[in-house]
Design a binder for this molecule. Structure first.
Ligand code: LLP
Length: 417
């Protein structure tokens, strides 16, 4: 357990959260390198004997130091913008281990990715396919593509993160897909390489995957029978983790057993794009209690971290663990609404949360913050952008400094008029 209590003190690997807070200030994100790598190894080990490339979904945590951990350990990267592509390359992912998804690729984006020599474009529409053909031809290059197929299954997840239903903006509809492969086969500058899907995020059961894999398997066979060269099968990401309100989660090896069951003998390279399941449980947001406010009906624990630092609770109603940094078994518990200082009612981490009684200045950690945490942070309310720290054993490193207010002021300019 890379993040847990030792002698009643929350530790990230061998370092006490309290000493990290002292050193780096509050609030700050802290990641465990050992946990990041253990998560990747769970995928890699479960994929033994398969030709599988685990491409970390960079959107989940794009800090260069985090990316470097995965790149060095043999992973690939799934990017959805050229910004992410540049991060992936800077962190050491070879271009031939990078896949590029996303519905809005511009001509410049395509040119940059083509010149970098990425492994695969996951194409999401006919106009995108035509544009990619034009850009590749103009550059005298060839784009290796997979068509992102929308398998029209219900991932049973939050509506803001479901992507595989017919009404979502992602992928090519099930009905249209053969026609799009026929077009791709004719377009210059395009080389059909595989198929791609991604049905959503925080998926906590195997059934949606099973339904989608069924369809993909049938599709691969159909496309191959039509003479299309299908050498890669990209199954996207989406595997959920055990947030405190999740009734269940699927273990990485259970998920991989399903992948194996469907695709092991297809003689294709498998690509997986996990984000959350690689990074979420490897990170915490450390922060402090600023005030305890007694309202007429409720007691508010007002933290120095807010929705701008960790948006998930406000945006998706997500629930994260909240751990006192110092365990206090002898203290009475108290029911709190745990909130941040931002001027929005939605700036709430947890309502009706039972915790040991806490006093101003005491530290707490918000769990499962390694994925979709720092990447979704903003400076809303002109708050400093939280720093990020990577821990390995008894060592820690500042891997993104705090972006202070003075620096933010310097981003703006007064006009001449
Ligand atoms: N591949 C594609 C094409 C994706 O769109 C995504 C996530 C992934 C892979 C990685 O999915 P994961 O394994 O992390 O579930 N901000 C939301 C999550 C949005 C996910 C968007 N796409 C959250 O905080 O829950």
């Amino acid at each position: 357990m890379a993040i847990g209590y030792q002698q009643q003190q929350l530790h990230i690997e061998q370092l006490a959260a309290s000493s990290l807070l002292q050193q780096y200030g509050s609030p700050c994100y802290v990641y465990s390198k050992a946990q990041l790598l253990a998560n990747l190894q769970a995928y890699q080990q479960a994929a033994t004997g398969l030709d599988a490339l685990i491409c970390f979904a960079v959107k989940a945590n794009s800090n260069l130091a985090v990316l470097q951990c995965f790149a060095t350990a043999g992973a690939g990267a799934d990017v959805v913008s050229v910004g992410e592509l540049q991060r992936a390359l800077a962190a050491g992912f070879p271009a031939e281990r990078v896949v590029y998804s996303g519905v809005g690729k511009t001509r410049d984006d395509m040119a940059l990715a083509l010149k970098a020599g990425i492994l695969q474009f996951n194409v999401e529409s006919i106009p995108e396919l035509r544009r990619l053909s034009e850009v590749a031809t103009a550059l005298g290059l060839e784009a290796a593509i997979a068509i992102r197929v929308n398998p029209d299954v219900d991932a049973g997840t939050h509506e803001k993160i479901a992507t595989g239903k017919a009404e979502n903006k992602f992928g090519i509809s099930w009905q249209q897909v053969e026609q799009v492969y026929a077009l791709a086969a004719e377009l210059p500058g395009i080389r059909i390489q595989g198929v791609d899907m991604h049905i959503g995020s925080q998926i906590t059961g195997l059934a949606p995957y099973q339904a989608a894999f069924e369809r993909m398997l049938e599709l691969v066979e159909r496309l191959q029978a039509l003479g299309h060269p299908i050498d890669t099968i990209d199954l996207g990401g989406g595997l959920g983790i055990l947030y405190p309100d999740a009734k269940q989660a699927v273990a990485i090896d259970e998920y991989m057993a399903l992948v194996r069951q469907y695709f092991a003998n297809k003689d294709c390279r498998l690509i997986l794009e996990p984000g959350r399941s690689l990074a979420a449980n490897a990170g915490v947001l450390l922060c402090q209690v600023e005030y305890v406010k007694q309202g007429p009906a409720k007691t508010f624990l007002i933290l120095d971290a807010a929705m701008n630092d960790l948006l998930r609770p406000a945006m998706y109603g997500a629930v994260h663990d909240i751990w006192p940094v110092q365990q206090q078994p002898q203290r009475a518990s108290q029911c709190y609404d745990v909130v941040g200082p931002v001027c929005e009612t939605g700036d709430t981490f947890s309502m009706g949360q039972w915790l040991p009684e806490l006093a101003p200045g005491e530290a707490v950690a918000i769990g499962q913050a390694g994925a979709y945490g720092a990447v979704m942070a903003s400076c809303y309310n002109t708050r400093a952008l939280v720093p990020e720290i990577l821990v390995s054993g008894n060592q820690s490193a500042l891997v993104r400094r705090r972006i202070e207010i003075e620096e933010q002021l310097s981003w703006d300019q007064m006009p001449d008029f």
